[in-house]
Design a protein around this ligand. Structure first.
Ligand code: FES
Length: 168
């Protein structure tokens, strides 16, 4: 059986230039340990996600335990340990949105994209994920595509939203 179809990311796939750039950024910081969140933001901006190798690199450079870095990365939903698509669709599963039937919207994205919550389409265009309340409950149900907020979304809006972002 061939493994050819399985795309894995090994350490060598991560560009050295990005590690160099991250290191340069870290070297400019005075309070290294206190800058962990900033460093992780910077790292995710560079690599697009935070694979284990990058987390360990950050831990080494900041001179803090790897477990502390893993803890922060898994606590904040902003950080991701798997590669994301070009666009991230964040469906709010907070109480207000839930009450207004956001589950149906999530199901529709899921079925139109052919992926489950937390997955990325094979063409790398979209990542679908749920998030906790984003503080726009008056607009429930709420969906964010990248940084843009869509309010009062129904399942009938899903096709149009995807169309607007496809191929962008
Ligand atoms: S519950 Fe969805 S924005 Fe608050």
């Amino acid at each position: 059986m061939s493994d050819a179809h399985v795309k894995t990311m090994s350490v060598s796939d991560l560009p050295q230039e990005l590690f160099d750039e991250l290191e340069k950024y870290i070297n400019t910081l005075e309070d290294k340990e206190g800058s962990l969140i900033h460093v992780l933001h910077k790292a995710q901006g560079l690599f697009g996600y935070l694979p284990r190798e990058v987390q360990l690199f950050v831990a080494r450079k900041l001179n803090i335990p790897g477990a502390k870095v893993f803890g922060v990365v898994s606590f904040y939903s902003f950080f991701t340990q798997t590669p994301r698509g070009k666009h991230t669709i964040s469906v709010c599963m907070g109480t207000a949105c839930f009450v207004k039937g956001v589950e149906k919207v999530m199901d529709e994205f899921s079925s139109q994209l052919g992926i489950k919550n937390g997955e990325t389409t094979t063409d790398g265009q979209f990542t679908l994920r749920d998030v906790r309340c984003i503080g726009a409950c008056g607009l429930a149900p709420v969906v964010m595509v990248d940084e843009k907020v869509f309010g009062h979304v129904t399942k009938d809006d899903v096709a149009q939203i995807l169309k607007d972002y496809r191929g962008e």
